[in-house]
Write a protein that binds this ligand. Structure first.
Ligand code: UDP
Length: 332
């Protein structure tokens, strides 16, 4: 199987490429390294079946030729991370909508199947739980830039469905709060990886607001398994599918759990939203997916419970930190 993965040096893209290569696929990976890491291309390139192409999608030469060669496209390249949406809506929309549109046009031209990765953000602040793929979306004002990400992915979903109506085989996946080894633990990353970093540094975990907002966290291996299945299962074509777990936890309880698992003595603090995101911010109070479509269409069974996934992620962060310390020791 030959595939193209956009966003191949990102957190999910990197894991996806590894899994595809392990299954014997030949993989072309594109990434502009805006948030993806170049060293991941070096790591992937140890397998001769990986071909890394640096650059934004619209600047990669010979993209049409690559698309002609592959059977399947996984489109993961996007501007992600809530703080980034708030800081740079122009880049969010230009990347997520315009580059997505260009890729879809090429996929249509060469009749290549595409798995388009969308997000649970698309549901916005709807309070009709669990979120079913056909449910209404509810967004706040345009003056609150947080919503530009949901709008950008929503627009891209409409494009996908438009092309699907013209005969293009498309699958749309909506990911729910993915975490795990290699996840971004900077201020632009997801909360689970950020909390783990804070805990290992002995710093207080920064719980935004009162911490009663909830999410359902999904371990990276479950996301990768669902994504590969979406590329392979004929029944998935033409569908929007939630990929996540339905185990809801508040951010405050997540912080307490990570403190317990890590043994951190730094405790936690409550941080006002405005202090972290600025004033143009509005949070999603609860987020829970209906995953029955994934079960039915992809035979998707999330296998890694939260505590185990956090433990694996903690272990990975600890190993990374030890490597960095050893490296510094060698250099001095
Ligand atoms: N959050 C937090 N502390 C942090 C980072 C995030 O309390 O250091 C909160 C954030 O305000 C939100 C939830 O954790 O309520 C999940 O945030 P994340 O950025 O992971 O993604 P989201 O689910 O909002 O897209």
């Amino acid at each position: 199987m030959k595939c193209l993965v956009t966003g191949a040096a990102g957190f999910i893209g990197f894991h996806l490429c590894k899994a595809l290569l392990n299954r014997g696929a030949e993989v072309w990976g594109i990434d502009d390294f805006s948030s993806g890491k170049e060293e991941r291309f070096h790591e992937l390139s140890k397998d001769r079946s990986f071909h890394g192409l640096p650059g934004p999608l619209d600047a990669v030469s010979g993209l049409a030729e690559i698309i002609k060669q592959v059977a399947l496209i996984y489109h993961l390249a996007a501007v992600v991370g809530v703080k980034r949406y708030v800081e740079d809506p122009v880049r969010v929309i230009e990347t997520n909508v315009c580059q997505g549109a260009m890729l879809l046009r090429l996929a249509q031209l060469h009749r290549r199947k595409i798995v388009f990765t969308s997000t649970s953000e698309v549901y916005g602040k709807s309070s009709v739980l669990p979120f079913n793929e056909s449910a209404d979306r509810l967004y706040g004002s345009s003056l609150t830039s947080r919503w530009c990400y949901a709008i950008s992915k929503s627009a891209a979903e409409h494009l996908c469905l438009g092309y699907a109506a013209r005969g293009l085989p498309v699958v749309i996946l909506r990911y729910f709060n993915v975490y795990g080894p290699h996840g971004d633990s900077s201020v632009y990353g997801g909360v689970a990886n950020c909390f783990i970093k804070q805990a290992l540094e002995g710093k207080p975990l920064t719980v935004h607001g009162d911490g009663r907002q909830t999410r359902c966290f999904t371990y990276i291996d479950d996301i990768v398994a669902g994504t590969i299945a979406a590329g392979e299962a004929p029944a998935a074509v033409g569908h929007i599918i939630n990929l996540g777990t339905d185990k809801e936890i508040s951010i405050l309880d997540l912080a307490r759990l990570i403190i317990r698992l890590s043994g951190s003595e730094g405790g936690l603090i409550f941080q006002p939203y405005e202090e972290f995101y600025g004033f143009s911010y509005e949070d999603v109070p609860r987020r829970v997916p209906d995953i029955s479509a994934a079960r039915r269409l992809l035979n998707y069974r999330p296998a890694v419970p939260l505590e185990e996934g956090l433990q694996r992620t903690l272990d990975w962060h600890r190993r990374k930190r030890a490597e960095v310390t050893n490296e510094k020791g060698r250099q001095s």
